[in-house]
Design a protein around this ligand. Structure first.
Ligand SMILES: [Zn+2]
Length: 345
């Protein structure tokens, strides 16, 4: 799978106030009387990482406010010093993947491993009719896809992670990519829960989510299906000197509910937000990017190049809102447009 992770990389400390924290990501590490303290550092004061010092990322974690932290050591495999905010390190871990949601997810072998996530997954016979056999596949069953119907709507599956017996055909929409015990859990099957995707009031099912570090170390989620296209788009932009960043990606029902409540109550810092279930950001294909306006290098680059990577604009007036729509992008590109009909400019 095409993901980037900073774990194992050595980076320099760039923030002069790079504090070290304990495993709870909150409690500061303080200088003790027995530490070899640099001049001017008092016992009991927060222990800082020296600016410019190289540290190796041993792990990445996210706190309850979606801020990314790196667990750092003095050298690869060396003693762990503690945790520090991602924004204290060179590059701020921008664009790095933090992990998958739910945890414990296994995607290998990529493209073949699936888990049954529909609670009425019919086993079907083969072509031409793919008629139901009367059997059902249980939610949580891990399968391998061994064949696909010509139009792709049905797949033939074998049981288990390897060497399992042929089960028969089923609709691809009954399956989620990868193997993960959490797929059978109640949270995964809860439409207004943390993993439910929605498209304008219609429940789509649970997508696998990937967490990425954004600017200032804030973590955003995007769907696994959108990760590859996003990395291709952002890498192409980076090669052209444009640092693209996701400011808002996938939102779960609970996350959208917080934004909607803030909007309805006119709380400071909250913008117009759609009702939970109807936001463009709940289906996993929408990304708000750091375009900064219509007349900026980032917007001009996207307007010229995003459709080549399957991304199009879909909301009038929102230069920041792009969606991965590979079915629509080629025709718009051929017409010299980056936005859907009726979406100006
Ligand atoms: Zn948006």
């Amino acid at each position: 799978m095409n993901t980037r992770s900073a774990v194992g990389r050595t980076l320099r400390v760039t923030d002069p106030d790079a504090r070290l924290r304990l495993d709870d990501l909150r409690t500061l590490v303080l200088w003790s009387a027995t530490d070899a303290r640099p001049p001017g550092s008092a016992v009991g004061a927060p222990r800082l990482l020296p600016v410019g010092a190289p540290v190796t990322v041993a792990a990445i974690a996210v706190d309850s406010r979606r801020r990314a932290f790196a667990q750092v050591s003095t050298a690869p495999g060396g003693p762990v010093l503690g945790w520090t905010a991602a924004s204290n390190l060179e590059g701020g871990l921008l664009g790095e993947t933090v992990g998958l949601a739910p945890a414990g997810f296994v995607v290998e072998p990529d493209g073949v491993a699936f888990t049954v996530t529909d609670n009425h997954a019919l086993v079907r016979g083969g072509a031409p009719g793919f008629a139901p056999t009367g059997a059902l596949l249980a939610v949580g069953t891990q399968v391998r896809v061994t064949a696909r119907s010509p139009a792709g709507a049905y797949v033939r599956v074998a049981a288990g992670q390897s060497g399992g017996a042929d089960v028969g055909w089923t609709a691809l929409s009954n399956l989620s990519p990868g193997w993960c015990p959490a797929f059978a859990g109640p949270e995964w099957q809860d439409p207004p829960g943390p993993f439910g995707a929605w498209d304008h009031g219609k429940y789509l099912g649970p997508p696998v989510l990937v967490r990425l570090v954004g600017v200032d170390g804030e973590v955003e989620s995007i769907t696994l299906d959108t990760l590859g296209p996003w990395l291709a788009l952002s890498s192409a932009a980076a090669a052209a000197g444009i640092a693209l960043d996701i400011q808002s990606g996938f939102r779960s029902w609970p996350e959208q509910a917080v934004l909607y409540a803030g909007f309805v109550e006119s709380r400071p810092g909250f913008n117009r937000a759609a009702k939970p279930g109807s936001s463009n950001h709940q289906h996993g294909q929408a990304l708000d990017l750091n375009t900064g306006g219509f007349d900026t290098p980032a917007y001009r680059w996207l307007a010229a190049n995003a459709t080549a990577h399957g991304f199009v604009r879909t909301v009038p007036g929102e230069h920041w809102h792009w969606e991965y729509r590979p079915d629509e992008a080629p025709a718009l590109r051929a017409a010299g447009r980056c936005a859907r009909e009726g979406v100006a400019p």
